[in-house]
Design a protein. Sequence first.
Length: 515
Amino acid sequence: MTGFGRGDIGRKLIAGMALIALGEAIVFEEGLIGSALGGFALAWLAALVLTRPAVWRNRAAEIAATVAGGFALVLVDDPNMLALVLFAVAVSLAALLPRRRFDDALAWAGRLAWHGVSGLGAPLHDLGKLARIRARRSQGGLRFSGAIALLAMPIIGGAIFLTLFANANPLIADAFSSIALPNLDTVILRTILALVIAMGAWPMLRPAASTTRRERSGTGRDLDAIDPGVATLTLSLVVFNAIFAVQNALDIAFLWSGAVLPSRVTMAEYAHQGAYALIVTALLAGAFVVVALRPGGTGAASVVVRRLVTAWIAQNVLLVASSALRTLDYVDGFGMTTLRLAALAWMALVATGLVLIGWRLVRGRSTAWLVNANALAAALVLALCGVVDLGAAAAAWNVRVAMTQGRGGPPIDLCYLHELGASAIVSVARLERHASDPVIRDRLAFIRGEARQDLAIRLSTWRGWTWRNARRWAQVEAIAGPARLRPAPEGRECNGAIKAPDPLTRTPLTGAPQR
């Protein structure tokens, strides 16, 4: 750890206290988190850059800080947990990269994890170290004890006299009674929040030296040491290729070519049942190639093994493509959800990983290269998911299909649109304007009204306001006016349908015979 320069530590203490004060002002109110969270992230990044000049002198740290700034802007537009996590990773890399260059993603995953763990006690550790340094300086302890002796008597004596005067003079007593002490629960929660911010900010401003002293991960070297032999690899790959060929032939026949399935199997069952299991199969296949076929090994040197591996990777890519087609077929029958969107993104990532494995074998790349390439692909997919509102994308997909295909398309799940809330409000408003059935239009108006009420609450305070929600509000107001709903004395279902009255609770008719 660097030394405690007086100006250096002073700047960092001021920056840390400013972040705590800003965090208290933004977060601690009604549980609403809006675009102000993005402003807090930008302030966090500014504190790092202003107090750590090494960040903008290091090329890799500059890139990480720029990426962190991008995620901070995403938080300004639409705060979400994924973007917040990615911002934390990027800003931590910006803080640590001036100490050590980026070697491989696995090693840095360990360093970032240690950075988070070691940061929990960093503020107390540095305070203790600062106290020990001051105590060793000449007369430092005496000055501190002298200050205590100087202030003790006036503070204690003044408190005693004020208490006596308050009992003797009603004006002073009234003045004291008008002082509102903070609620104890509020004090505790604010203290916890301040500690959380301090434990996150201080290790960024003064990262522990032990974080970047952690050595490079040995995973790549350990994997490169495995060599099962040409005969074992050849036999295994022949068997694996044969098994995968059967599965891919069935997919080509029934998924890609449209052949008729046996009567006991529906397309929905065939499409949905194997989508995720086949992705696990492809991952296991990729792991086998990574572990068993290191560049420069006996297997990689064999022409037969290399051709078998190339064929197997191609089969795995086809397997992933079939899994994606299965999911899309299921979406055609039952609609889009955020989980199915995420599954499609995951399948694309797996396919990319398989292609990278093949490229690594063909070009003789190292395991570290493969790890870094896959980490970059994963980071790009996660960044895209952090920027795009998957709920809004799923709602837009379902509404667009409903408007274009009508009754010929999949039934639209109004309960799911209701569950998505503000993410679906623009799509719901468009479908409401398009609907010709007055009952469906009434249900959609109810769902839109519920989401609109939630939006109004969030936009009514600067803490809950977000740029994306403000744009949604403007779009909805331009599409549809105030909702005119049918009376619903018993309330409504999640799909907006009016609940029927319970027969057991109906009031008996006047003049009915009594028993």
